[in-house]
Design a protein around this ligand. Sequence first.
Ligand code: ZN
Length: 258
Amino acid sequence: MKVQMLPTTISENGRATAQQHLCCLVVDDKVAIDAGSLAMSATEIQRKQVRDVILTHAHLDHIAGLPIFIDDLFATLETPIRIYALPEVINSLETHVFNWVLYPRVSELKNSYGNVVTYQSIEVESKIKVSHLEFTAINVNHKVPSVGFVFSDGNTKMALSGDTSQMERFWEFVNQEKNLKALFIECAFPNELSDLAEASHHLTPSKLELELKKFSQPDCQIFVINLKPMYREKICSEITTLNIPNLNVLEVGKVYHF
Ligand SMILES: [Zn+2]
């Protein structure tokens, strides 16, 4: 499986930076997990191939690129963009984003081929087919209805936490899944902002360390994602001091093969 966290942020030289303001993890150039920077940073191949978008939750940094991506492709879509999300997340998108005020209600619009968007509700802990992949959503612990995922192409299996604070059920579920190749887990704030992390339901390196004690797959590679760009260096250095084997910060923009 091929995985890439799309770049989000441009330096004064016009190059993508390591900072990650928005979240969009593309699998096999075909499936987007969240759509933060999907419209802005998808490669030409991804732009042509991504028609399935599965969402962890409705926060803006995870969906910002979705309306623009649909808009960009509108006239050319021969099949609709399929959006998979919790019913609460679909409701948030329809109420707060695609409401004819912030953006047109694209689910009511058609191009010459038909619908441009369809929604599919996710049921927690049920398997769902998304393109060539199989996903299972698991409840996590964020400020709004949110899920993490276990996903597989039939050969390689991975897990992703999405935005979250302390979790129990996620670990129970993930630990039952054998031979996970990679785990992607958030760490939004440095240790000094522990109170803010607690209030906003995010992790710090110290909290991450406690979480990873609940994870029982020592051979799985662990990648930290969703670091608040402002605190990236601090968080990276605190993660290094944890000295946990197989734990690395995911490089934004880099294509990983598993
Ligand atoms: Zn969030």
